[in-house]
Design a protein around this ligand. Structure first.
Ligand SMILES: [Cu+2]
Length: 427
């Protein structure tokens, strides 16, 4: 394989995609240490499927596939047929000549945690004929996570998962750890693992030899991708500190619907594309959220990650591939903002992952109406437990009558970086 040509692609790729250049330069360094990356315009091309595959066959290793963010139930303009694009991903997996041992789904299986959405997902994934291991995304635990546990509460060995769904298992000498960082999120914060899970993780890794390759996966990135958008995990440093002794750690995440990667010492971080819809590159739009791209381009920004493990080499080759095999072009997200008020009723708009306006000052006896104008669901959650909306899909409203003077802070429990305040004065 022409190393020089690949590196050239990497460098050119970052400028059109807005992906951090330093991150890419670090990736290039991995090429020399055994992890094989082929990047073209920010998206690895499927040709490497072949390269990685041959390597695996020679070394008698194995392959597994990562898919992410299938958002079954989503039907907005960014992708009106998420079932079809997931199906396309399944077909693609079936076409891999060296078949993966299993599939990892890194969360946001569904859009609104509806039973029918989970049913559809199960039906579509069955088509691949592979075992699938899951960690939840914030969209999968809108009902507080019971449904997810009822359906996917067992690890591949048949044991009950811990807490709200974390677990580990061994496969052909590799230790896999699935973490949950989307539950009990704090106002103003990002992803969170929590004390109980961290304790478990420390214990889980304690007995493992430092030569054991580690693959850790969770929905929200376990590294600081873009803090302004909450694309990180508050207590990930603690988790990563338990992995210092290991020679090879690969961290796989979803959530941001695009490929980002970097290496830090022994750890390589990688986020996958969504099978449903793309999101803007960090800072390239007013907010994250579904990004509408021309229909013929959509499959260029949706994908499957094929992870190849070569026995005795202790290196993982992570290969992302778009559904079409083409590289994506530049794209822009839509945006709109605004607010309105009348009499003793005031509206707070939810747009671009923010509450508008905030703070708002109202007199006691005012009804505040929140209306979600985003293509993604949000909620309105009182920090002091005074009110809590259901999860609001696009166009849905929630109202609360403020009778008593005071300051009322609130946030979105799905996207805790979204915070707001209502200041109520004497009528
Ligand atoms: Cu939200």
């Amino acid at each position: 394989m022409g190393q020089k040509a690949d590196n050239k692609d990497i460098i050119e790729g970052q400028s059109s995609d807005g992906i951090d250049r330093r991150g890419f330069l670090k990736c290039m360094a991995w090429a020399g240490t055994g992890i094989v990356w082929t990047m073209g315009a920010g998206i690895p091309t499927s040709s490497l499927f072949g390269a990685a595959r041959n390597k695996a066959e020679k070394g008698a290793g194995f392959t597994f596939v990562q898919i992410s963010d299938s958002h079954i139930g989503f039907d907005k303009p960014a992708n009106t047929d998420v079932n079809a694009t997931l199906q396309a991903a399944m077909d693609k997996i079936k076409g891999i000549s060296s078949q993966p041992d299993f599939i990892i789904h890194t969360g946001d299986l569904t859009h609104l945690s509806k039973p029918s959405e989970f049913d559809t997902l199960d039906q579509l994934l069955k088509g691949a004929g592979k075992e699938v291991v899951y960690v939840p995304g914030e969209h999968d635990i809108i009902d507080n996570g019971q449904q997810f546990l009822d359906r996917y509460g067992k690890d591949p060995q048949g044991n009950k998962k811990k807490g709200n769904g974390w677990f580990s298992f061994d496969h052909k000498g590799v230790h896999f750890v699935g973490l949950v960082n989307v539950a009990n999120l704090k106002p103003g914060g990002m992803g969170s693992l929590g004390h109980e899970q961290l304790e478990w993780l420390e214990d889980d890794l304690k007995g493992k030899s430092h030569s054991t390759p580690l693959v850790v996966f969770a929905h929200i990135p376990l590294w600081a991708v873009y803090l302004q958008w909450g694309w990180g995990t508050d207590d990930s440093a603690q988790a990563l500190s338990y992995m210092k002794k290991f020679g090879s750690v690969t961290v796989l995440n979803g959530h941001i619907h695009q490929i980002m990667q970097k290496s830090e010492g022994n750890v390589s971080f990688h986020t996958a594309m969504s099978t449903a819809f793309p999101q803007p590159a960090p800072g390239s739009a007013p907010s994250p959220g579904p990004m509408k791209v021309p229909a013929e381009k959509l499959r260029d920004v949706l994908g499957v990650t094929d992870v190849n493990y070569v026995m005795g080499n202790h290196h993982l080759a992570v290969v992302d591939s778009t559904l079409s095999g083409n590289a994506p072009e530049g794209y822009k997200a839509d945006s709109s903002t605004g607010s309105s008020s009348s009499g003793s009723e005031t509206t707070v708009k939810i747009d671009n992952f923010s509450f508008n306006p905030t703070p708002i000052k109202v007199k006691a006896g005012t009804k505040v109406v929140w209306k979600n104008g985003d293509d993604v669901p949000h909620n309105v959650e009182s920090t002091q437990h005074r009110f809590s909306s259901p999860v609001l899909d696009t166009g849905e409203k929630f109202e609360f009558m403020f009778q008593d003077p005071g300051q009322y802070s609130y946030f979105c429990k799905l996207h805790p970086k979204m915070t707001g305040k209502v200041i109520v004065s004497q009528a």
